[in-house]
Design a protein around this ligand. Structure first.
Ligand code: PXL
Length: 278
């Protein structure tokens, strides 16, 4: 059985980060260990008055205990990290648990729609760019990629500019960037990836839905990580992540006013299990 570890916050209500990664990667048949970096009463997107308990100080002790136990992981996957100190500690975690036989996924979850999430600064973006250099795969959305590269944000791109963004992302030190939220027009929405070792690009799109939904980046990255862990190719992993994310968005539409804070990924887990077996 494959084993992944995911390091991100637990937003107790709101369907993102660990409350998405844990059920999704587990449903894909992968043992999923977690390190919660912080406990929030809700996520920070659209809620006010949320609590925030920082668990940064616990991470090195968890890592030390796991090292003494001799634990090994097939995938190391990080999402939302709350501070530069946390980024540095996670970087040490990669040094301890990264091997030639496993891979590292960094989702630089820090921005969307052209804006940084609440509480993040330009210095945080720089620290995140440093963490990306240690990853085999990074999964920024278009906003995060623009910030990591220091280029202006634009929602619609063409194939040439997306390829250029992907090429420049490899200059951060990660050989295989995956870009989400890719749109060439008003009707398609998907992802693009670049395997710099083979100099191969891949693109995959589903229909664009004119509604933003919180937590879809976490859904995408969790499925992508699970798929690579199971030995799927880069192209297959991107396709599975786009398909499942699009399925979740469609399943949420009837409830979108009530479930404005997240997406109804639970309704599609049966499809995900089917994709894994295909
Ligand atoms: O979905 C990314 C995410 C994760 N964790 C927290 C967040 C967000 C996005 O806003 O606020 C706490």
């Amino acid at each position: 059985m494959k084993r992944a570890v995911t390091i991100q916050d637990i937003s107790c209500f709101g369907k993102c980060s660990l409350t998405v990664a844990l059920p999704i990667i587990s449903a894909m048949g992968i043992e999923t260990a977690v390190i919660p970096t912080a406990v929030l009463s809700t996520h920070t997107g659209g809620f006010s008055g949320y609590t925030f308990r920082d668990l940064t100080g616990d991470i090195p002790a968890v890592a030390e205990h796991w090292k003494n136990l001799g634990l090994k992981f097939d995938a190391l996957y990080t999402g939302y990290l709350g501070s530069i100190e946390q980024v540095n500690i996670v970087s040490d975690f990669f040094d301890t648990f990264g091997t030639d036989d496993n891979f590292i996924v960094v989702d630089p979850a820090m921005a969307d729609g052209g804006k940084l999430y609440a509480g993040f600064t330009d210095d945080f973006v720089k620290a995140m760019a440093g963490l990306c250099s240690k990853a085999d795969y990074i999964i920024p959305n278009i906003t995060e990629a623009s910030m990591l590269l220091g280029i202006p944000y634009s929602e619609i791109h063409d194939e040439k500019s997306v390829k250029e963004i992907l090429r420049r992302l490899t200059e951060l030190g990660c050989p295989t960037p995956v870009l989400t939220g890719v749109r060439f027009d008003d009707v398609h929405h998907g992802a693009a990836a670049y395997d710099s070792e083979r100099d191969e690009f891949s693109f995959y799109f589903r229909e664009h839905v004119k509604r933003t939904m919180h937590g879809t980046g976490d859904i995408f990255s969790s499925v992508f990580t699970g798929a690579v862990t199971l030995g799927k190719s880069l192209e297959q992993s991107v396709k599975m992540a786009v398909d499942y994310t699009a399925d979740c968005i469609h399943a949420t539409l009837p409830y979108a006013d009530e479930v404005w804070y997240g997406s109804c990924f639970e309704l599609c887990l049966d499809k995900l299990i089917k994709y894994v077996k295909e």
